[in-house]
Design a protein around this ligand. Sequence first.
Ligand SMILES: [Zn+2]
Ligand SMILES: [Zn+2]
Length: 121
Amino acid sequence: MTPSPSPILAPRVTGLQARRCLRHTTREAAARCPGCAEFFCRECVVEHDGKLLCAPCLARQATRARERRERWRGARRTARAAAGVAALWLVFYGIGALLLKIPPELHDGTVWKKLSEASSR
Ligand SMILES: [Zn+2]
Ligand SMILES: [Zn+2]
């Protein structure tokens, strides 16, 4: 049994000063990366969106943002195509409805006669 407590289990060693950079064991940690919860020195973290991230987490976040952007662009393209199809369908539907509204008398030429009779009356 060892009476001296290990530094990891010691209760009050959670401050940054007690931590060392993950990559530079001789340097004190300046920030904790919110992405991987590891401690890094000032040189190992990059500020991004008001947060201090380590390089791998920053790269990961950048890829994720790009993927999201690309997915969004694809969705927008699909929506635009769907809107185009819908517009085309509406146009054809309108034409169809218009054609259905044309009375059959128009085709045998009696519609004009009927109309003139109605106006003369
Ligand atoms: Zn990280
Ligand atoms: Zn470092």
